[in-house]
Design a protein around this ligand. Structure first.
Ligand SMILES: [Zn+2]
Length: 584
């Protein structure tokens, strides 16, 4: 089988018919066959199709696998290479850092994308990984900020590919979320498209072009989101399957904060409005329907941008966000997550069928992975007899403040000069204590004013934090920057990999398993398996099908794709080539 797969792209015509029947049990690559074989020895694909599911735990493949169709995830597992032990080796496990890592092959320590949002010490404001105050947003709301990859410090596979082909290759990223579309595509990409929560339109920014391409404007003219106003999200299959696969539809821990929705099927998507508007666009995010919109838009992109149409490879990266929004609201063991997963499988099948007809899967390398998993709702973990709980930010901040005051204001002078040692940043108009993403930031100006030694302050604060229920670890900036964390401490290693000096905090706190600092039903961001363990699959030219037991990391994708594309790996790529699945 391996031998026949080895020649399936370049020399398909010389394979005896009987072997063809064995190795091609399913219809595929008709477009490729029409075009004839690729030059001998050249396994370079015409299209790299990057598919990321935002919040998709590896175990969903096993838990829901028997209900998948034949041509979606099962097709990738059957015809592609699949790693059963792929984990991120960095924290926090959030959308922006992971999407940056997948196509740069680099840790946040080098990409600079340390979180979705962080306090910017220069301006004192909260910034996002892609927010661009100087940019112009196309098709967005009146006061909606533009986004661009300006904070991404390293190149992506797409960037290198475009350099290698004198920009003949096209690189496009698509998602509901700006960060997912932009960071996967890269700094030298042709375009990234995301969806405005204010207008419900596909938007982009002047980082890429001076106006939206005509085909995008045409797509927006169909009001892609408005079509779903009042749509009823029902279970795809009989309720019995969900009772078996996920349990009750409305357990107590499913917190639905919206007054216009409940925690049981069916979910009618209006956002409480009588006509499409912002609240409706927000509500639509927490449904499987945005993935249908992304799918329709991706088809338009492939067609109108002629992706995969010639020998200069193109990259199309699509990140499906619905899984994340639904997962946060209902949790990983909910009927809703089960349903959004089963629907994703069907949507994926439709995408693969379209690409097969248009480009030929034989000319395409398909990647499927996720940016992170998710922890169960802490209340569910507790009910199951596991440990766990919710930690309020104030429960962490209060003892840290007290310890700082005790050490640096021992005579309890008033006013307490230590009161402003914890940094405050502006979020909209509000001033907030800078405990965000598990990072605590100190106010450098205040410390300088009082001649406070940062290292000592960090240690005092860390000791106090470690006494808080549910806090497992605390790392100081000094420890991380001086490389004082032994490699045997895998959590510390993940913290170091996620630390970028100018953007990270002065302390990094790690909760115990199943503890979260969040009010959402379920969330992610930890160094634990439920957040780091994700699917990793590659299918296509040059890739040997099979299930691989070797440890892998989604960051290995970048050097592997670079090898398949025969281009320079991204600037800070430090993943490994997934050689076990490459034909040789
Ligand atoms: Zn999330």
């Amino acid at each position: 089988m391996t031998a026949s797969r080895c020649v399936r792209i370049g020399q398909a015509v010389v394979i005896p018919t009987i072997l063809l029947l064995i190795s091609f049990p399913y219809k595929q690559t008709t477009a490729y066959q029409d075009r004839g074989p690729a030059p001998a020895g050249l396994h370079r694909p015409r299209l790299v199709l990057v598919i990321v599911a935002d919040q998709f735990r590896y175990d969903y493949l096993d838990r829901f696998g028997d209900l998948f169709g034949m041509n979606g995830l099962k097709r990738l597992m059957r015809d592609g290479a699949s790693w059963i032990d792929a984990n991120y080796d960095q924290v926090p496990t959030y959308t922006a850092p992971s999407h940056a890592t997948i196509m740069t092959g680099a840790y946040p320590a080098l990409t600079g994308i340390v979180a979705n949002e962080w306090p910017d010490r220069e301006t004192g404001k909260k910034v996002s990984s892609v927010s661009d105050a100087d940019g112009t947003l196309f098709a967005g709301g009146a006061a909606e900020e533009a986004s661009s990859p300006r904070r991404l410090m390293t190149s992506t596979v797409g960037d290198e590919l475009r350099l290698a082909t004198n920009d003949r290759s096209k690189v496009i990223g698509i998602s509901v979320k700006d960060r997912a579309a932009i960071l996967t595509a890269g700094r030298h990409a042709n375009a990234a498209y995301w969806i405005s929560q204010q207008t419900g339109s596909i938007v982009s920014s002047n980082y890429y072009f001076s106006q939206l391409p005509g085909w995008v404007t045409k797509f927006n003219a169909t009001r892609p989101e408005d079509k779903y106003f009042g749509a009823k999200w029902e279970r795809l299959l009989a309720e019995q399957e969900y009772l078996r696969g996920a349990g009750s539809d409305s357990p107590a821990w499913e917190k639905v904060k919206s007054a216009t929705d409940t925690n049981s099927f069916p979910h009618v998507i209006t956002g409480g409005l009588t006509a499409p508007g912002e609240k409706f666009y927000e509500a639509l995010d927490v449904s499987p329907f945005t993935s249908d919109i992304l799918l329709a838009f991706a088809k338009e992109a492939i067609t109108n941008e002629h992706l995969g149409a010639d020998d200069d490879p193109d990259v199309l990266a699509i990140s499906f966000s619905a899984n994340d929004y639904v997962g946060h609201r209902y949790g990983p063991y909910s009927q809703e997550v089960m349903d959004v997963t089963l629907r994703f499988d069907r949507q994926l099948a439709e995408l693969l069928e379209f690409v097969d007809a248009r480009v030929g899967l034989g000319n395409t390398v398909v990647l499927f992975t996720a940016d992170h998993g998710v922890a169960p709702a802490p209340e569910q973990a507790i009910a199951a007899g596991l440990s766990g709980g919710r930690i309020k930010a104030s429960e962490v901040l209060a003892p840290i403040r007290a310890a700082i005051s005790e050490r640096f204001n021992p005579t309890s002078q008033l006013p307490d000069r230590t009161a402003d040692y914890i940094y405050k940043y502006r979020d909209e108009r509000e001033a907030k204590d800078a405990l965000i993403n598990g990072n605590l930031y100190f106010d450098r100006a205040a410390l300088k004013r009082d001649g406070i030694n940062l290292d000592e302050l960090e240690q005092v604060a860390c000791r106090a934090a470690m006494a808080v229920r549910g806090i497992a670890r605390c790392y100081t900036r000094a420890q991380i920057e001086q490389g004082a964390i032994p490699d045997s401490d895998y959590i510390g290693r993940r913290v170091s990999h996620g630390f970028y000096s100018a953007r990270s905090g002065d302390l990094v706190l790690i909760t115990s398993p199943f503890y979260v600092i969040s009010t959402e039903t379920a969330t992610h961001g930890s160094p634990y398996a439920y957040d780091t363990h994700v699917p990793l699959m590659l299918m296509g030219a040059g890739i040997t099908a099979g299930q691989y037991l070797q440890p892998a990391n989604p960051m290995d994708v970048a050097p592997t794709l670079s090898a398949l594309l025969k281009v320079q790996p991204p600037s800070a790529s430090s993943g490994r080539i997934l050689r076990e699945a490459l034909q040789h």
